[in-house]
Design a protein around this ligand. Structure first.
Ligand SMILES: *[C@@H]1O[C@H](CO)[C@@H](O)[C@H](O)[C@H]1NC(C)=O
Ligand SMILES: *[C@@H]1O[C@H](CO)[C@@H](O)[C@H](O)[C@H]1NC(C)=O
Ligand SMILES: *[C@@H]1O[C@H](CO)[C@@H](O)[C@H](O)[C@H]1NC(C)=O
Ligand SMILES: *[C@@H]1O[C@H](CO)[C@@H](O)[C@H](O)[C@H]1NC(C)=O
Ligand SMILES: *[C@@H]1O[C@H](CO)[C@@H](O)[C@H](O)[C@H]1NC(C)=O
Length: 546
């Protein structure tokens, strides 16, 4: 009863006065962040199912099922806005989410959150456990960090009962996360410290919860786990999961929380600010303000052109340099991967504190292209990397070429996802679109050389069965492509010891040789090796904007 009574009081307060705390929280955001906050919330309001206390699935492809993770992000936004019944609705969502948190300690998904209220119980006969399928271990991190933020930012808006419930929920998150450790078996959990984005969120939630509950074991295990992440970062000053329009954004989110919510005796508070700064140092060199893209290579990507899919780095860039200069379009909700737009209220809330961790000169360099340059870096992702990955990216006004040498135990990067791992990427401005050439990974190792206008690729462990598949963008002015000569705005010449007679096919939504990758239709240029080939397969691309 007390819960209901107090939530009504909060609701009335919001309606009665001009929501004093509420709008002041949003008004205190920098203007760009405020815009991101308001526009994303207007959209999310339309997806809220008040009777259920959940958001509908934003993809509009789920026949009105709901989405737990998007709901909890919206709940945070409601607390920040705190108008009318916002706080009461937020509390309803939080209680729903925690009500559906897995509670059986002997199950591997203990402490994890259901993905949608409609789904059968994980592990029931017709719904066997499948990691990243019927359950997503990273939901503990996504939802746990949101609950930590709600407790930090809005304790005055959440009833005591619900706060107690949140702490119990977070306690179970940390316990369930302790079941997680990396396996090489693809059917099992892959959370090594090198899996940067969830490992950073995990250590934040445990470090915060352990301190809050006065549980030294939880606190110490978080500190130890964080130290492993920091040690890996320190090897090359880079995240193991390096350069991703989406996941660099998650890692930065987690590192900002390390920096602002933990006391100075935590290794996370001590190292977070430097890691944020170093990460932005790389991003600033790879970000092309003219093409509104972070140049390749991408360890894990949800698309080939940030102007067409919602990326979390795009949201951060919106808060720092404004929507116009960010890759987001006027209505980001119709872009590919739009579900990530639901995270916007949290990014908006953190924007000013995030910006304070980055040197002013770095932020201002994001607005304009500063001329041709070459970026180099290394990164290391044990145990999948047999050797350090070496990255070279050349950026010029209308053309970028970025690639990484790697030697790994699997194909498709540590995530074993060929469509996500893009070890060699070319992007250029055709005048109508940003198009791309991306090597589709088919081998466990690659050697690269990148120089102005030139990309050389070879397979050190390759043989006569090797192939080089280039995923190439489509063109508004040339929908039907018959060969490299039809590629718009770029002259491509190919050399090497491959058979220069390539095959060409189309990956189309409505047909062709295959289906789109990450929603992107593409042309598939594939080179094979000549009969009886012996040696190291090599291909060279000479590239000039035309
Ligand atoms: C936390 O886990 C315990 C079992 O260890 C369970 O009884 C309790 O209901 C869980 N709490 C929540 C909020 O899920
Ligand atoms: C902390 O760990 C020690 C040693 O394993 C154990 O005896 C103790 O019960 C734990 N404390 C809590 C609060 O879990
Ligand atoms: C990256 O460079 C380092 C240092 O030169 C080298 O030891 C390593 O083998 C290289 N990695 C690959 C995958 O070639
Ligand atoms: C080439 O290497 C692959 C992967 O190691 C192997 O599966 C294939 O059989 C090899 N092909 C030849 C012709 O040796
Ligand atoms: C590209 O085409 C080659 C040759 O037809 C084919 O083997 C390969 O599976 C295709 N790759 C993709 C990503 O569609």
């Amino acid at each position: 009863m007390r819960v209901r009574a107090s939530t009504v009081v909060f609701g009335l307060l919001g309606l009665g006065r001009a929501a004093p705390t509420a709008s002041s929280y949003v008004k205190a955001m920098p203007p760009n962040a405020q815009e991101l906050f308001k526009e994303s919330m207007v959209w999310m309001d339309t997806m809220y199912d008040k009777s259920a206390g959940y958001q509908y699935d934003s993809s509009a492809a789920a026949a009105l099922r709901h989405d737990t993770r998007a709901s909890i992000w919206y709940a945070f936004g409601l607390l920040a806005r705190n108008e009318g019944c916002d706080a009461a609705e937020a509390e309803k969502i939080i209680r729903n989410t925690i009500g559906a948190q897995f509670k059986v300690e002997s199950e591997e998904w203990y402490g994890d959150y259901q993905q949608e209220p409609e789904e059968p119980y994980v592990g029931s006969p017709a719904y066997p456990p499948k990691i990243y399928g019927t359950w997503d271990p990273n939901s503990r991190g996504f939802i746990g960090t949101t609950l930590v933020m709600a407790m930090e930012e809005f304790p005055h808006l959440i009833t005591q009962d619900t706060q107690k419930l949140i702490l119990e929920s977070l306690h179970n998150v940390t316990k369930g996360d302790e079941y997680r450790f990396g396996h090489l078996d693809i059917k099992k959990d892959n959370l090594y410290p090198a899996y940067s984005n969830p490992s950073i969120m995990r250590s934040l939630v445990s470090g915060w919860t352990g301190r809050r509950l006065g549980d030294r074991n939880i606190t110490m295990s978080a500190e130890k786990y964080a130290q492993d992440i920091i040690d890996l970062f320190n090897e090359h000053g880079t995240l193991s999961e390096f350069n991703s329009g989406t996941y660099t954004g998650v890692s930065l989110f987690g590192l900002v929380l390390w920096s602002i919510y933990l006391p100075k005796d935590s290794v996370m508070a001590q190292n977070g600010p430097r890691m944020v700064e170093c990460t932005w140092d790389s991003v600033a060199q790879l970000w092309h303000p003219g093409m509104k893209n972070i140049a390749g290579p991408w360890d894990r990507s949800y698309g080939y052109d940030m102007n067409r899919y919602v990326s979390l780095m795009g949201l951060w860039l919106w808060t720092f340099i404004g929507k116009e200069k960010s890759p987001l379009i006027a209505n980001p909700q119709i872009m590919s991967h739009m579900g990530d737009y639901c995270w916007a209220p949290l990014f908006a809330a953190l924007a000013d504190r995030h910006a304070k961790l980055i040197p002013e000169s770095v932020v201002s360099s994001l607005a304009e292209f500063h001329g041709e340059h070459t970026f180099t870096a290394s990164a290391f992702y044990p145990p999948f990397d047999v050797a350090t990955r070496n990255i070279t990216t050349w950026l010029s006004k209308d053309l970028t070429i970025g690639a990484e040498s790697y030697d790994e135990t699997v194909v498709g990067g540590p995530g074993r996802a060929q469509e996500a791992f893009n070890p060699a990427v070319v992007q250029w401005n055709t005048g109508h679109e940003v198009s791309f050439i991306s090597l589709y990974p088919t081998e466990k190792a690659l050697d690269v050389a990148v120089s102005p206008g030139k990309l050389s690729l070879s397979y050190p462990h390759g043989n006569s069965s090797s192939l080089f598949t280039f995923v190439v963008g489509t063109f508004r002015d040339k929908p039907t492509v018959a060969g490299w000569e039809d590629v718009q705005g770029l002259d491509v010449s190919v050399a090497g010891n491959v058979d220069l007679d390539y095959t060409l096919s189309f990956g189309g939504k409505r047909g062709g040789g295959s289906t789109p990758l990450r929603d992107f239709e593409f042309w598939n240029f594939t080179y094979t090796m000549p009969e009886g080939f012996l040696g190291v397969p090599t291909v060279e691309l000479d590239l000039h904007v035309s």
